[in-house]
Structure formats: C-alpha cells, structure tokens
Design a protein around this ligand. Structure first.
Ligand code: ADP
Ligand code: MG
Length: 346
C-alpha cells in the first residue's frame, strides 16, 4: 500500500500537527453546530428538538480488509453506516465525530485519503465534523464514528412499536452488498495466487459499490415526511432482513409473515449471486451491510406507500403466537431465522 506514492511520515507532524492538517479546511454547515473542532468539547443546540446519538467502531481485519478497500471508500462508508442509525430513528443527522487509531505503516497520504472520504460523506449528507480523537495503534487501523442528529419527539421511531396488521416495508434493494463482498473476496484470492492478474470487476460496479460505498437512506426519511407517513417502527438493515425484522418482532412482541417474492433484489445482484452459487433470497435475508431501512406502517398508509418505486412492501406483522415466517415462492411456510452474518464468527 502506497509503495509507489509519496510517503510523509506522520511523526514529523505530531498529533496536533496531524489534527490541524486534517481539519483546517472545515466550514460549518449546520446552525445547530455552535462550536466544532478546537475546544475541549463541541457545543450543539437543537432548539427544543431531541438529540439522537449513535456510535460504531470499525477494526481492520474484522470489519474491513484494506486489500480491496480503498481508504477513501472506507472513510465514506464509516460515516454512512453511522448516519444510517440516525435515519433509522426517523431523524436527521447534523454532526459526526471521528476517532482514529493509526499504526506506523500508514503515511500521512493514507490518512488524507481516509479523510477525503469522510468529508465527501459529510458534504453530501450536510453533516459537520465537530470532533474526534487521534491515537496510535500497534496493529492495524481503527475508526470510530459517532453521529449526532435530531428529531421532534413525536417523529422518533423506535423498534418496539409495531402493531399487528402493520405492513412491513423495505427501501431500495437487498443482498447486493453481500454479493459484492463475495466477489471482492474471490478476486483477492486470485490476486494472492497470481499478483500479475488484474482484478476482473468489469460490469460489476453496482454490487461492488453496494459493498464499498453504501449510501444511507436520508432520502427515505425525507420522502416519508413528504407523503405524511410516520412509520410505526423502524430499523436499518445492517445484518440482513431476517435479523432486523426479528429485532422488531421481539421488541414489539409481534409475529410476521415475509413473502419471498416481494423481497427486492436488484437484477445484477441476482445474476452474480447465481454465478457464485449463492441463493439471492439468502443474500437478502442474511447478507447484511445493505444499509437500507426496514419499517412498518399502518395499513391505512398503503395507498401512500405503493406509489413509490423506492419502497417495497414485503409482508405484514401478525400476533406473536402466529410466529415469524417466510412464505417461499412455492407457497411453503418456513420459520424465519437469523442465520447471521456475524462479524464475530468470520
Ligand atoms: P483533547 O486533549 O481535549 O482530547 P485533542 O487534542 O485530542 O483534545 O483534540 C483537539 C481537537 O481536535 C478537539 O476538538 C477534538 O475533538 C479534535 N480532534 C482530535 N482528533 C480528531 C480527528 N481524528 N478528527 C477530527 N477531529 C479531531
Ligand atoms: Mg483527544
């Protein structure tokens, strides 16, 4: 990594020099940001709205592999996965803090690339970078992002408030990020065996992007507001549809029926799944990292929802004693289980 490029040793700058260098161009975008970087704490004022706060930590070798993850994409994704949690509460994100642990293998240019991605995400989603922490790490790269957002109390959407009969909705499409990851892993093995072979990723842009450059669904939160629909419950899909709907069922004490033929899987993802001998439905149910929104709405909102091509209705909530089921294309009823794409088990 960075073998052929200019390498500036971070130690030349020192910690404060580095922070200064990385953050000097920041321009505050939100009026709620009273004080950003530069003091002991940031100061935020949401003027009567409730604050929403969420944190994620990403570790090299566990959550990302730098063999095929460009640092710019990594920075972008680290922010996106975090903003996604704020949108999943039906709120808007306004600030992030970014903490990094860097080992001596990284030159300044690598950290600059990481921050390019971070700033790109902040720019696109109108979020201010208001703080963070910088330390050295003995091994590998660590990134932790905290996102801060806001919502009117009445708009906040929890996981435990779905009702019997509510429609289960999914934004965008599912499974692509997992298929993308499988492709990248496969190309990495080819490369390890023969470093002269260039990765064959032609025509696979969509699924590769789904894995490397996910977009959180701020637009869906805005759309729901526009069409005047307040979801009854909501969660973001980081671990696959099955695992997330089971969270809503458990917390709301309800059952569900999900219909296989209603689960949105993008055609490209389907085709590559078949090539890799994967079942597209399994990729959507258990694949993870799609960062779409899963939410329930009252049946009365059906007409408002079906008009949007970015929202699919995949099933409905039932009484808890009816259980949690997947109804297959062939009409068979299976118990829905979270097979888990579990980062711990990899
Ligand atoms: P402290 O000693 O109070 O923790 P630091 O010297 O670590 O302060 O940080 C100085 C300022 O720079 C603070 O506003 C902090 O939030 C910010 N900061 C530190 N590291 C980062 C980083 N990696 N990205 C963005 N801001 C950072
Ligand atoms: Mg500090």
């Amino acid at each position: 990594m960075f073998e052929n490029q200019e390498r500036t040793n971070i130690e030349q700058l020192g910690e404060f020099g580095l922070i200064d260098h990385l953050t000097k161009q920041i321009k505050i975008k939100n009026t709620s940001t009273i004080k950003g970087i530069g003091d002991d704490a940031a100061v935020i004022d949401f003027e009567g709205k409730k604050a929403l706060i969420s944190t994620d930590m990403l570790l090299e070798g566990i959550h990302f592999d730098l063999a095929y993850t460009p640092l710019k994409h990594l920075g972008y994704k680290a922010v996106q996965v975090n903003l996604s949690d704020i949108y999943a509460m039906n709120g808007m994100a306004a600030q992030v803090t970014v903490s990094i642990g860097i080992s001596s293998k990284f030159p300044l240019e690598a950290i600059e690339e990481l921050y390019e991605g971070i700033y790109l995400a902040c720019e696109k989603y109108n979020v201010d970078l208001v703080g963070g922490d910088t330390t050295s790490s003995r091994q590998g790269l660590v990134i932790s992002v905290t996102s801060i957002g806001y919502a009117d109390e009445k708009d906040i959407t929890y996981r435990n408030t779905a009702h019997e009969g509510d429609l289960i909705c999914v934004s965008g499409d599912l499974g692509g990020a997992y298929v993308g990851l499988q492709l990248l892993e496969r190309e990495k093995l080819v490369y390890i065996e023969n470093p002269n072979i260039q990765p064959d990723l032609e025509g696979k842009d969509y699924i590769i992007e789904r894995q490397l450059k996910p977009e959180s669904r701020k637009d869906i939160v805005e759309l729901l507001k526009d069409i005047d629909v307040k979801p009854t419950a909501m969660i973001d899909i980081s671990d696959g549809l099955a695992s997330e709907i089971l969270h809503i069922c458990k917390q709301s004490d309800k059952g569900c029926n999900i219909y296989e033929d209603k689960i949105p899987v993008y055609e490209d993802a389907k085709q590559f799944a078949y090539k890799l001998e994967l079942d597209p439905t399994a990729c959507a149910l258990s694949g993870g990292e799609d960062y779409e929104l899963l939410f329930t709405v009252a049946q009365a909102d059906y007409e408002k929802i079906i008009l949007n091509d970015q929202i699919s209705i995949v099933g409905y909530m039932t009484a808890p004693e009816e259980g949690k089921h997947l109804i297959t294309r062939g009409g068979n009823k299976h118990e829905l289980v979270a097979q888990g794409w579990n980062h711990m088990k990899r």
